[in-house]
Design a protein around this ligand. Structure first.
Ligand code: SF4
Length: 120
């Protein structure tokens, strides 16, 4: 906001130029940080997409996939809630008292799974 003095001289109510330059530099640095985060986000998104494709292929060809449910892993009760929170309510099903991955909804698990073995 501008002010006037008793002799009606206008006084600018802004930061000194050095402070403005520092502020500008900080804004530029913040913009670079946000831009680089955007690049990382895009790379992670692309990796997730590729991981999903690889995981779906592995799920379809893995011998542990019996009728859409992974028989390679038993999911402990303690982590069922967290897995469902991250992969969705239909990511795990209970089969004969054991929690199993529903491979149609857990492609990323198959993508990184060390138990993968192709159907013969
Ligand atoms: S790749 Fe791993 S998680 Fe996926 S069906 Fe096979 S054993 Fe299960």
């Amino acid at each position: 906001m501008s002010q006037t003095t008793s002799n009606q001289q206008l006084l600018a109510d802004v930061l000194p130029f050095s402070s403005l330059a520092e502020l500008r530099q900080k804004v530029d640095e913040m913009k670079q940080s946000v831009d680089s985060l955007g690049t990382v986000f895009q790379q992670v998104k692309a990796l997730m997409y590729i991981g999903g494709l690889i995981g779906r292929w592995k799920a379809m060809t893995c011998k542990s996939n019996l009728n859409g449910f992974c028989t390679g892993w038993r999911i402990p009760n303690e982590i069922v809630f967290d897995v469902k929170k991250n992969f969705g309510e239909n990511s795990i099903v209970e089969k004969d008292g054991t929690f199993r991955f529903n491979v149609a909804n857990t492609a990323l698990v198959c993508a990184i799974c060390p138990l993968y073995s192709p159907k013969s």
